[in-house]
Design a protein around this ligand. Structure first.
Ligand code: SF4
Length: 352
């Protein structure tokens, strides 16, 4: 029987995806950017973000020089913002320490911020043709099924078995096409809920197919109930209709993004507003919003507080965080946390 690599490459030549925006042309900056965007995110979602990002920041050098706000703005809506901050930091390091050229060596790539083992291997194989094995979510699913590897891949023992299979199948030629082929197979035929085994090139050797239970692989993450945190977010609106935003600290949840002033649920929203800005004329409680992170739910109680007078900068009590008044009609290019963007959009489209 031909090797897995041979069968996958034959299948890729006929059916693989070769017209994705980051494949035209294939070059390190584009491959790296796409690999980071594709972490935890579907291809269809990534495409418009990728195109918009490249229009504004077409080269690694332009990304390194860009202000962080521009990078976070281009990322707004994609989530997992540490990816954007690391991308930015990584571009600056590549400019300073690698003469502006992405390294081709997987170990050097892995030493850069935001690049893990599989992403380093994807860049090394796709952009530089190195025989470096990848193991992203799609590849984990294909290999777990093909070899009937039991258990959740988040467990180190399961993961190391999958890495062994990934390395074993990596061919020494057409490495980039092979990486692309096994990712494509996972994204198209060997999909999570309805694998199309009848047309799969790996069917004859696939153990999960033989057992008749591909959906049982890979093993599920043990379920746990997510805790709930509750906050109030203040939409403080001045007489021009602008909303007060504060920038979050550089690291942690929504690090570096612009957000609304936040307070514990028991605090008095009017008192907090008056301490921050000026006298409140009207106060409206808006419908609550739930935002779910991987490790907890955040229940947000938005409060709209309209001021009775515009305050001058000198009157404004400056917090340690930078602040600005956000124009809802002509929004500034800022990185915004997803629920904050949603609340601002709702307010912008509400009838006066
Ligand atoms: S035969 Fe089915 S389960 Fe096995 S790799 Fe192919 S699509 Fe996935």
């Amino acid at each position: 029987m031909p090797t897995i690599a041979k069968r996958l490459l034959n299948w890729f030549d006929q059916h693989g995806r070769k017209n994705l925006p980051w494949q035209q042309p294939i070059e390190p900056y584009r491959v790296w950017l796409s690999e980071i965007m594709l972490q935890q995110t579907q291809v269809d979602t990534v495409i418009p973000y990728f195109n918009r990002f490249l229009e504004q920041l077409p080269t690694l050098a332009s990304l390194a020089k860009a202000p962080q706000d521009q990078v976070l703005h281009l990322w707004t809506g994609l989530g997992y913002y540490a990816r954007a901050r690391n991308l930015h930091k990584c571009a600056q390091i590549v400019m300073e320490q690698h003469n502006g050229q992405m390294p081709s060596d997987p170990e050097q790539l892995e030493a850069l911020p935001g690049i893990g083992r599989s992403t380093a291997a994807a860049i090394a194989s796709i952009a530089f043709g190195k025989d470096s094995a990848i193991l992203d979510g799609n590849v984990k699913r294909v290999l777990a099924r093909h070899h009937a590897v039991e258990g959740w891949p988040g467990k180190p023992a399961v993961l190391s078995q999958l890495w062994l299979h990934a390395e074993h199948h990596m061919p020494s030629k057409r490495c980039g096409d092979y990486s692309q082929a096994i990712m494509d197979l996972g994204a198209t035929l060997c999909s999570r809920s309805k694998p199309k085994c009848d047309i799969c090139p790996l069917q004859s050797s696939c153990l999960a197919h033989k057992q008749g239970n591909p959906q049982d692989y890979p093993g599920k993450k043990p379920r746990k109930v997510l805790p709930v945190k509750t906050v109030q977010m203040l939409l403080i609106q001045n007489l021009d209709g602008h909303i007060l935003l504060q920038q979050r600290p550089p690291s942690g949840i929504w690090g570096g993004l612009w957000s609304l002033p936040e307070f514990p649920p028991e605090d008095d929203a009017c008192q907090q507003t008056e301490a921050l800005t000026g006298v409140v004329s009207t106060h409206t409680e808006l419908p609550p919003v739930r935002h779910t992170f991987s490790h907890y739910h955040l229940d947000i109680q938005p409060q709209l507080l309209q001021l009775s007078a515009n305050i001058t900068k000198a009157q404004q009590v400056m917090e340690t965080a930078p602040q600005l008044w956000y124009n809802l009609q002509q929004p500034q290019e800022l990185g915004l946390a997803a629920p904050v963007k949603k609340l601002l959009n709702q307010l912008a489209s509400a009838k006066p």
